[in-house]
Ligand binder design. Structure first.
Ligand code: ACK
Length: 976
């Protein structure tokens, strides 16, 4: 029986179906096609049997390419078993392959008159084989893949006046192991047109992830994942072994690990691209290239580090990201303080630290004998404390110097790259000459017209002592007459003196190496009567001057006083220990080690004082940059000073305004002649003066942070207590230096302290007229003087008794200003009220958060009796102790009253209530039995009274006294 024609015009139908099938032929990229019936060029070579079963029908497409389809439609007959078998399909390594078939299947109902044997399904089989040329496969050898029916997955195709459904079905076979397989389609009585058969397998396509490349990977059989190791892309390296899993459906899963770009490369999309010139990447762990740090460069791409610019270096431990650095400039402002055979060298850090924080200092030493003939290295005899090299502080003590020897100490600043720099060392040098001072006059015997002196020679003379020279003169008559006597012994009786007259004696030694320096002065008055004075504590002078003993007897190291006959005149002022002591010295420049301040007014020609103490600077060396303030005599500017063969430095420039009188010029310059005598890290440093052209100027070091009071107000609460104590220590040290030189400042206040960029505080404002004219705080007293009342000790206000002890009072006020960050002392109280309150015993309470010890120190400075106030040296020591042991600062003074007037102390009415309020109730009886029954009576209670009444614990004493102060404050607020 002839097979049923499925469609009226087969060619027409096929063209439509093939066009529809082709329309969906964009296969995903992860599918590798092993067979595609639609694109096969030649004969498909499929076997069909029996012959009347499957029939190949080919049509030509528009490009004359044959397109093959198979159809079968033996629906009219029962027992159909028609097979269509493909050729051998090589599996290409795939374990799992997919078969996609496109077909139409007519439903039996649509065919008129077909019997019940008509089917609407067909079967698909495969047979695995290594043999590609099998000509026969038994039916039983096939493995069934599935029965295929038309289902929901179809494409509608308009075929003339009808609509056909093009079905697509996909099945897979897995775990293939032979070279290939054959597919077979079994028809058992359906009407089918097999339009396309495509066999493919899936792969995970080549991909790059986390800079690792994963190759094309064939998926595994069943649903197994295939683990794949990635390979790092060019210029990258493994950070953690890159791996991924290729899933059965051709997707990559679970990326693990990654690669990272090597040094010199950075990640960009999926590649590592080179760093551009001017940038670098030091480590593969860095993500991106970065710009070369300052003072370095990379001329080519792919740089893993930047080379340092010329004269800049990097140590092997410096991170590559750090700017290149250079060796520091020389330390500055060296100061030497000689003490017989030891010297303290101090200096300021270099202006330029080379960009590093690891600057240390080394000391190099050279020495020459006194006559300058023999020079060489200092050898190992010297001791450097704390050490000679690698000093972190700007200070060293050198001991065991030889006397009468010239030493040159060169201080070198060193940092981490100093060794890498071939440039010469940047040194600052200090020359010193040790003395051969006859430092001890042991005793003397006096009579009406003679004096016997005995002394001890220098500890270490630079040679055998040849003789001693004794110089003496009548006190205050140095200029007129002096006598020089010589002796080989260390004792001498000087005769022919006037009775009842004071003489000044000094002794020096001569060795083979020349003269040493004079020892200390000793003043002796001959008696009116003949008498022996040894042992009389009032008359005799058994004076031991020894550093170890700590008693210094006015030792003048007058190095210029040479035996050539040139002489310096000097007159000693009356020696009331409390008086301002002034040592006058004419016609001499300041001498190293000179320890007494010389008042410019003692010069007949004040210009000479300026010449002696201040360096004349050529105005062309100064560049004025901006006005920073106004002084009494004119503007204060900042600018730069460049002296020949010196580094340029920042300076402050005070100028004298035009139209000044001669007196104003003198007063203006007096500040320079005073300041020029000082040389201390906490005293503002005079650089020099300009007097030869106008405007007349005073040039000082520049203090970046201006005056202390303004600075503190601006940085309220921003410093640690140790920083504040450090500032106070600096001020105290400067004041110790001034008081050691017998200079009384008279206007010590935070406004007259300047602060530099390192928070170093320096005492300033030394003009002669300043207290009278310059200070806006100065007020006229009843006695006519103009005095800064709040800062001034009562005796100085009352009867102008200005001494170092009155400076100590002012220092206490400065302490209070510092701790309270520039608060005005005594707030808005009037000057009159302040004077009255002080007189009544009132003292400023502790500022907020003030450590108890500091307030105690302030109170000590404000002792009414000036001799009870601490000396500046003691203040420095106390502050040093606190700095070394900051835990002492933890205990704060009780100042609650100032903060909260509602505290119990403000509402108490009786002594008992008050003691309860401050938790000192246990002393009620003690107070009562000592007669302290009203609050007024306790206002001025002292420690000794507390002790007497049995309050012996220091902590309790402090607590009671600080609360008493609060009560005083309340009282003074109310009454003053
Ligand atoms: O508080 P200041 O900024 O600091 O304003 C005053 C002003 O000039 C008038 O005296 C400032 N001043 C004075 N001497 C110096 C100096 N050596 N360095 C920096 N500023 C200074 C002072």
């Amino acid at each position: 029986m002839a097979p049923v024609r499925i469609y009226p015009s087969l060619r027409f139908l096929l063209l439509h179906l093939l066009a529809a099938a082709r329309a969906v032929r964009n296969y995903p990229e992860n599918e590798v096609t092993l067979l595609d019936s639609m694109s096969a060029l030649g004969d498909l070579g499929w076997e069909a049997y029996p012959a009347e079963g499957w029939e190949e029908i080919s049509v030509m497409d528009e490009r004359n390419t044959p397109m093959r389809t198979y159809q079968v439609c033996n629906v009219m007959e029962a027992n159909q078993n028609n097979w269509l078998r493909t050729r051998h399909i090589a599996r290409d390594g795939a374990q799992r392959v997919y078969i996609e078939i496109k077909f139409t299947l007519r439903d039996c109902n649509s065919l008129p008159g077909v019997p019940g044997t008509c089917k609407e399904t067909f079967n698909m089989f495969y047979y695995e084989s290594n043999n590609p040329n099998l000509w026969f496969i038994k039916e039983s050898q096939y493995v069934k893949i599935d029965t295929i029916a038309a289902d929901e997955s179809f494409t509608q195709v308009d075929v003339g006046d009808r609509v056909m459904k093009l079905n697509t079905e996909v099945r897979d076979i897995s775990n293939l192991s032979k070279k290939g397989f054959y597919l077979a389609f079994q028809d058992v009585g359906a009407c089918i047109a097999l339009v396309s058969v495509r066999v493919f397998y899936k792969k995970c396509p080549l991909t790059v992830l986390n800079l690792a490349q994963f190759p094309d990977t064939v998926t595994g059989g069943d649903s197994a994942l295939v683990e794949v190791r990635g390979a790092c892309v060019n210029d990258s390296e493994e950070f953690e072994a890159p791996r991924m899993y290729c899933s059965a459906d051709g997707g990559w899963l679970v990326p693990i690990g990654r690669c990272i770009c090597k040094p010199g490369f950075e990640e960009h999309k999926d590649i590592c691209q080179p760093c551009r010139p001017g940038s670098y990447k030091a480590s593969s762990m860095d993500t991106y290239c970065t710009k070369c740090p300052p003072h370095s460069y990379s001329p080519q791409e792919k740089a893993s580090e930047c080379a340092c610019d010329k004269d800049f270096y990097r140590t092997h431990t410096d991170p590559r990201s750090m700017a290149c650095t250079r060796s520091p400039s020389a330390p500055e402002n060296p100061i030497s303080t000689i003490n017989e055979t030891s010297v303290t060298l101090e200096w300021s850090p270099p202006r330029e630290n080379g960009g590093r924080g690891d600057v240390t200092y080394s000391i190099h030493c050279k020495k020459c004998s006194g006559d300058g003939r023999k020079c060489g290295p200092c050898g190992s005899g010297l001791h450097f404390v704390p050490r000679q090299f690698g000093l972190s502080d700007t200070k060293v003590l050198v001991t065991d110097l030889q006397p009468h020897t010239n030493y040159t100490f060169s201080i070198e600043a060193v940092n981490g790259v100093s060794d890498l720099s071939p440039s010469p060392k940047q040194l600052v040098s200090v020359n010193i000459t040790t003395s051969q001072t006859v430092s001890v006059i042991l005793k003397e015997r006096k009579s009406k017209d003679s004096v016997t002196l005995a002394w001890q020679g220098p500890d270490r003379a630079s040679g055998a002592i040849v003789e001693y020279e004794v110089i003496y003169y009548e006190k205050n008559q140095r200029d007129q007459n002096y006598t020089v006597l010589k002796t080989k012994s260390n004792m001498m009786t000087v005769e022919g003196l006037k009775p009842g007259t004071t003489y000044v004696f000094r002794v020096r030694a001569r060795t083979d190496g020349g003269y040493g320096n004079y020892g200390g002065e000793i003043e002796l008055e001959t008696s009116h009567e003949d008498m022996l004075a040894i042992g009389d504590p009032n008359q005799s002078t058994i004076l031991a001057v020894s550093i170890a003993g700590g008693i210094v007897l006015l030792i003048f190291l007058v190095a210029c006083f040479v035996v050539s006959g040139r002489h310096c005149g000097y007159i000693k002022a009356k020696q009331d220990p409390d008086e301002e002591k002034m040592q006058f010295q004419h016609g001499r420049v300041k001498l190293p080690g000179s320890r007494t301040y010389i008042h410019p007014h003692t010069y007949e020609d004040p210009n000479q004082a300026v010449r002696d103490f201040a360096k004349e600077i050529d105005a062309s060396c100064i560049r004025i940059e901006r006005v920073i303030g106004a002084g009494e005599f004119g503007e204060v500017c900042s600018g730069r000073l460049k002296l020949p063969s010196k580094r340029e430095i920042y300076v402050a420039i005070k100028s004298l305004k035009a139209g000044y009188s001669e007196k104003q010029r003198r007063d203006f310059l007096s500040e320079a002649s005073i300041m020029g005598q000082f040389d201390h890290p906490n005293i503002i440093r005079l650089e020099g003066v300009v007097t030869r052209c106008k405007p007349v100027m005073i040039i000082t070091e520049y203090m970046e942070n201006g005056s202390l009071d303004t600075f503190l107000k601006k940085h309220d609460g921003q410093f640690t207590i140790i920083q504040l104590v450090g500032m106070l220590r600096g001020i105290a040290s400067g004041m110790k230096y001034l008081s050691d030189m017998n200079y009384v400042h008279r206007d010590l206040a935070a406004r007259n302290i300047l602060v530099n960029s390192n928070l170093v505080c320096k005492v300033s404002d030394f003009g002669l007229s300043r207290v009278l004219e310059d200070d806006p705080e100065a007020a006229y007293t009843t006695r006519g003087g103009k005095i800064p009342i709040r800062w001034t000790a009562p005796e100085a206000i009352a009867y102008r008794k200005f001494t170092s002890a009155s400076d100590v009072w002012s220092y206490g006020i400065v302490m209070w200003e510092v701790i309270s960050y520039g608060e005005r002392p005594y707030w808005e109280m009037s000057n009159q009220d302040v004077i009255k309150a002080i007189d009544e015993g009132y003292r400023l309470p502790a500022p907020m958060d003030c450590p108890l010890v500091l307030h105690q120190l302030m109170l000590d400075c404000w002792e009414k009796g000036r001799s009870e106030r601490p000396k500046f040296g003691q203040i420095v020591n106390t502050l040093d102790k606190l700095i070394r042991n900051p835990s002492i600062l933890k205990e704060l003074a009780n100042c609650s009253m100032w903060e909260d007037p509602t505290t119990p102390e403000f509402s108490v009415g009786t002594v008992e209530e008050w003691l309860d309020a401050i938790k000192m109730g246990q002393y009620k009886e003690n107070f009562a039995s000592a007669g302290y029954v009203t609050l007024d009576s306790i206002l001025y209670i002292s420690v000794s009274e507390l002790v007497k009444m049995g309050v012996t614990l220091v902590g309790h004493q402090k607590k009671i006294l600080s609360s008493v102060q609060g009560l005083q404050a309340r009282g003074t607020h109310v009454h003053v």
